[in-house]
Design a protein around this ligand. Structure first.
Ligand code: 5GP
Length: 188
């Protein structure tokens, strides 16, 4: 089975960017495509960025026990489908989950062998600046996300691997080292 690596951390911390840059360095790392009930942002594509589902579709999959984890976040449902964890051709490669804290905790229970990495901001203020700066969310959404982020930041002590995303290149270096060590240095 593929090595599962969970990347978590507050919204706006730059998880997506760090993962994108990592995958440019190690293309064999596969990113799990989550399901969500939130609306696509401009430019986001169904089944590429997320499986965009209605609340009814999401609930039906929950009753079918189709999720490895799922959580409500800022008014919407998000979840990792079990079918995303095991794909033909993964071999003993890496599948990466970019998920919020409640989901990371569920995976810690069900898959204790999975590596869990918390990406932290250099400060709370940088989170606000990034969320405002990326211009994808309304002021109300940003406030909701920042209030969740406060709690999420307190949880970083649960994680043995914490990467502070101050300079993104350094954060990618640190994550690359973790992935390589998980794979015994055999990836390219
Ligand atoms: P966004 O709406 O900005 O794409 O994502 C909001 C939050 O949901 C982010 O912290 C993101 O990491 C998290 N998220 C994305 N997919 C999943 C998932 O499948 N499960 C969980 N638990 N969280 C997810």
């Amino acid at each position: 089975m593929a090595h599962v690596i969970v990347i978590t951390g507050p919204s706006g911390v730059g998880k997506g960017t760090v993962i994108r840059l990592l995958r440019e360095r190690i293309p064999s790392v596969r990113l799990s495509i989550s399901a969500t009930t939130r609306q696509p942002r401009p430019g986001e594509r169904d089944r590429v960025d997320y499986h965009f589902l209605t609340a009814e579709q999401f609930d039906a999959l929950v009753s079918e026990a189709a999720f490895a984890e799922h959580a409500r976040y800022a008014g919407h449902q998000y979840g990792t489908l079990l079918s995303e964890l095991e794909r033909e051709g993964d071999g003993d490669g890496v599948v990466m989950l970019e998920i919020e804290l409640q989901g990371a905790r569920q995976i810690r229970e069900s898959m204790p062998e999975a590596l869990q990495v918390f990406i932290a901001p250099p400060s709370f203020e940088t989170l606000r600046e990034r969320l405002v700066g990326r211009g994808t969310d309304s002021a109300q959404t940003i406030d909701e996300r920042l209030s969740v982020a406060r709690d999420e930041l307190e949880a970083q002590n649960e994680f043995s691997e914490v990467i502070v995303n101050d300079r993104v290149g350094d954060a990618v270096d640190a994550l690359e080292a973790l992935v390589q060590s998980q794979l015994g240095g055999a990836v390219d």
